[in-house]
Ligand binder design. Structure first.
Ligand code: SF4
Ligand code: SF4
Length: 61
């Protein structure tokens, strides 16, 4: 399974990761990306690629 994490201190709230995630894993809450549905992560790395600040990290477990 894949573990996606968002560093809230680095997130600038652009929403790109939430908009591009095919699994609906990430949602914007109070202007920050939040891991709302962690079990739906497909490991595609799109969120990592689109984030302009390096706030998103993906690990495989
Ligand atoms: S790796 Fe893909 S499926 Fe998982 S949170 Fe990122 S964009 Fe969504
Ligand atoms: S792409 Fe990066 S900066 Fe933009 S909302 Fe997602 S985590 Fe935050």
């Amino acid at each position: 399974m894949y573990i996606v994490t968002v560093d809230a201190d680095k997130c600038e709230g652009c929403g790109e990761c939430a908009d591009s995630c095919p699994g609906g894993v990430l949602e914007m809450v109070d202007g920050k990306s939040t891991v709302a549905n962690p079990d739906e992560c497909l490991g595609c790395e799109t969120c990592v690629s689109v984030c302009p600040t390096g706030a998103v990290t993906l690990q495989e477990q």
